[in-house]
Ligand binder design. Structure first.
Ligand SMILES: [Zn+2]
Length: 141
């Protein structure tokens, strides 16, 4: 039904360059590209290394841990798929391996989000795609 579709959230579609990332996500692994020549890790996927321009790359599994670099809380409905979730957060997580990823924080109220908060990835599964979300690490882990 068109109305139902309009109220669904948009989901990413893997292309050739990003397929290893999304395949890893479905298997519960956060995958990043690591330059074979200088070791720089990058995300999103792209052909050349940011540091040395090498095109020699290996996909590696990241730790899934990082910290909150910055965030915003959205109060307006910019897409009908998010109407039931406002206010919701959007966060930039700086991964332990270096790259930053835009995601959402789960398991924490928007009022309790803090810069530098340590977080760990968890996966939000849809039919054929899994999205990385980040949950604050508790001190007993
Ligand atoms: Zn490099």
């Amino acid at each position: 039904m068109a109305d139902t579709q309009a109220r669904s959230k948009p989901l990413p579609e893997a292309d050739e360059a990003s397929r290893p990332f999304y395949d890893g996500a479905l298997a519960g692994r956060l995958m990043l590209m690591r330059c074979d020549d200088c070791g720089t890790v990058r995300l999103p996927s792209r052909r050349h290394c940011d540091r040395c321009l090498s095109t020699e790359t290996t996909w590696v599994q990241a730790s899934g841990r990082g910290s909150v670099r910055t965030f915003a809380v959205m109060h307006r409905v910019y897409h009908p798929g998010f109407a039931d979730e406002v206010p919701y957060n959007i966060a930039v997580v700086e991964l332990a391996e270096g790259p930053r990823i835009v995601s959402n924080l789960v398991g924490v109220s928007n009022a309790d989000i803090r810069l530098g908060m340590p977080v760990e990835v968890e996966w939000e599964r849809h039919n054929d795609v899994a999205l990385p979300k980040f949950r604050p690490l508790t001190s007993d882990r």
